[in-house]
Design a binder for this molecule. Structure first.
Ligand code: B16
Ligand code: MG
Length: 219
């Protein structure tokens, strides 16, 4: 039986994915790396340093920078990202998500955050959702990033559940892969053409309700 929900943050609860994209594409331009939708989708869910590595690899530049230079580039991206984050308000919560969180609370489901982002607590704060998420996996404690299942297993653990008792929500293909590998039910938020491995996909966040999830579980 499902007893908990494990949420990715960026791209599931709010559109910070667009801010990550803006900040990374600006850096890619600066580094002379060709931006593409494929690269954009591949970056979703990856940790900051894994994201930078993927951008450099895409431009065949993985050996062009020292570790210190890479740290500097990542910090530069993060500073720009944080400027965008300052503009976030509760009105930026995706449609229907707050209502879904209330529905989960009313029915006694447990919930936690499985975000690769070190900025997740700041974003939750800007959205005024901190009270909903007492349990947030600290990405600093992870050995491996998404698509590894580690973060999703931890997210179940911190609410005292087995992965099989949880549904994981993700907008990234790397995240869906992690949820599946963790043995949780995967709920994709986005395009079914992209999130082909998800157990169910919702393009419209308004449609994410317990009734609609149950209807999909029986398919
Ligand atoms: P930060 P999620 C991920 O968050 C984002 O999808 C990804 O684009 C970002 O690079 C990563 O967090 C790290 O974020 O640089 O803020 O630590 O989708 O797992 O919530
Ligand atoms: Mg995401």
């Amino acid at each position: 039986d499902i007893k908990g929900f494990v949420f990715d943050l960026d791209g599931v609860i709010t559109d910070t994915a667009q801010f990550h994209t803006k900040a990374w594409s600006k850096l890619a331009d600066q580094l002379g790396v060709q931006w593409s939708t494929e690269l954009q989708n591949g970056l979703k869910g990856l940790s900051r340093m894994d994201s930078l590595e993927l951008i450099l690899k895409t431009g065949n530049k993985e050996n062009d920078y020292s570790q210190a230079e890479k740290e500097k580039l990542a910090t530069q991206k993060n500073n720009l990202y944080l400027q965008f984050v300052q503009t976030i308000t509760p009105a930026d919560i995706f449609p229907g998500i707050k209502e879904f969180l209330d529905e989960l609370n009313q029915h006694g489901y447990l919930m936690s955050i499985a975000s690769a982002s070190k900025n997740a607590p700041t974003v939750l704060d800007k959205l005024e959702l901190t009270d909903y998420f007492e349990h947030v996996v600290d990405p600093k404690t992870l050995k491996r990033g998404k698509p590894d299942p580690e973060i999703f297993i931890k997210a179940a653990e911190i609410i005292g559940l087995k992965p099989e008792q949880c549904i994981g929500l993700e907008d990234a293909t790397a995240g869906i892969a992690g949820i599946n590998a963790a043995n949780e039910v995967s709920l994709g938020v986005g395009s079914p053409d992209v999130l082909t491995e998800a157990d169910m996909v919702f393009e419209d966040t308004n449609k994410i309700t317990l009734a609609n999830i149950e209807a999909n579980m029986n398919k």
